[in-house]
Design a protein around this ligand. Structure first.
Ligand SMILES: [Mg+2]
Length: 267
């Protein structure tokens, strides 16, 4: 969960800002948490406290109605609708918020089912659901099954049909100003960043350097990397300084719950 939040905060200032340059500073006063963090906290709160996914998402998003980078326009309508209905969306929002499910459930059937439920309240297009399921399941494969990166790539292809594009292609289309906003694009791109990096920090850096939807790519890549690498303590300390009390409360509850669970493979 903190891996997702760090990715979101580090990527936030590049989503609609100047293109990131090699060696960029990770945490600056221009960074903030965005919708990725708010929605991730909402999903964690739902599972931890037995809340309905929709009710929790609406509560948190209405509590934070104006985050940096804003909500996507259709999701914004959903948040403020009197009777919100799923939007048949395949936006990457379902995958960016799902990571707590990969930690809070240990049986793959539960992970797949809960990821689907967490997505379906708003992102009920098959691709929206698949994106969430793939990221939650990948987290489980890494932390519980201890699959290697090449095995994860094979399984992602076999079970979810995603071909992970080569890094040079992702960097190229990002540098041409392309903005990835769908699960079909962002999920395989974020997974490639994780595959090609050699540390948690490098995963986040690569995802941001790909430009486009920087905060969400880094959020998803960071959420997966947390299941494989130990997240550096200093990065956690920097990130929590950006978060309000109520989010820190859920974060504390989350790590208390998973403290005896299988953690990351590598230091
Ligand atoms: Mg965002």
């Amino acid at each position: 969960m903190i891996g997702a939040i760090i990715g979101d905060i580090v990527g936030s200032r590049f989503e609609f800002g100047a293109a990131p340059q090699e060696g960029f500073e990770l945490f600056t006063p221009d960074c903030s948490y965005t919708d990725d963090t708010i929605c991730t906290v909402a999903i964690a709160d739902a599972v931890l406290n037995g809340r309905d996914y929709q009710e929790s998402l609406l509560d948190w998003c209405r509590r934070y109605p104006d985050p940096m980078g804003a909500y996507g326009s259709r999701f914004e309508q959903w948040i403020h609708s009197e009777h919100p209905h799923p939007m048949n969306s395949f936006g990457n929002g379902s995958a960016m918020r799902v990571s707590p499910i990969g930690w809070l459930f240990d049986e793959w059937e539960d992970v797949i089912e809960e990821a689907k439920k967490s997505a379906a309240v708003s992102h009920n297009h098959p691709e929206g659901i698949k994106g969430a399921q793939c990221i939650a399941e990948t987290i489980c494969w890494l932390r519980l099954m201890r699959f290697s990166k090449p095995d994860v790539e094979k399984k992602v292809r076999k079970f979810f049909g995603y071909e992970l594009p080569p890094m040079r292609d992702i960097l190229k289309i990002g540098s041409e100003g392309h903005f990835d906003g769908t699960c079909q694009e962002t999920v395989p791109m974020a997974l490639r960043c994780f595959m090609d990096a050699n540390s948690f920090e490098e995963t986040i850096r690569l995802a941001v350097l790909c430009d486009g939807d920087t905060d969400t790519k880094a959020c998803i890549a960071g959420s997966v990397a947390e299941a494989y690498y130990q997240v550096p303590e200093w990065m956690i300390n920097k990130a929590v300084d950006y978060l309000p009390e109520d989010m820190l409360g859920i974060l504390g509850q989350f790590y208390e719950r998973i403290k005896d669970s299988c953690g990351p493979q590598r230091k």
